[in-house]
Design a protein. Structure first.
Length: 76
């Protein structure tokens, strides 16, 4: 159990140090970085929504096709 908490502490410490260094050496201001992050998140959200809607439409079409009763084929 002690090894787990040591690992967890090291992971959290590393994340904090890494984030701090990244902010200090970032080539843009904090506001610009936040704006970019918001835009990227918004774009990603829109892409996910579009993919969801497309897949939902495909599945609904397949479900409707399965619900239609089949007509018996004529035997010659």
């Amino acid at each position: 159990m002690r090894r787990f908490f040591t690992f967890l502490f090291g992971t959290v410490s590393g994340a904090i140090v890494g984030a701090s260094v990244a902010l200090l050496i970032a080539p843009a201001s904090g506001e610009e970085i936040r704006t970019r992050a918001r835009e990227r998140f918004s774009d990603l959200r829109d892409e996910i929504r579009d993919a969801y809607e497309t897949r939902t439409a495909q599945l609904q079409a397949e479900l409707e096709a399965m619900r239609k009763p089949r007509t018996p084929e004529k035997v010659r």
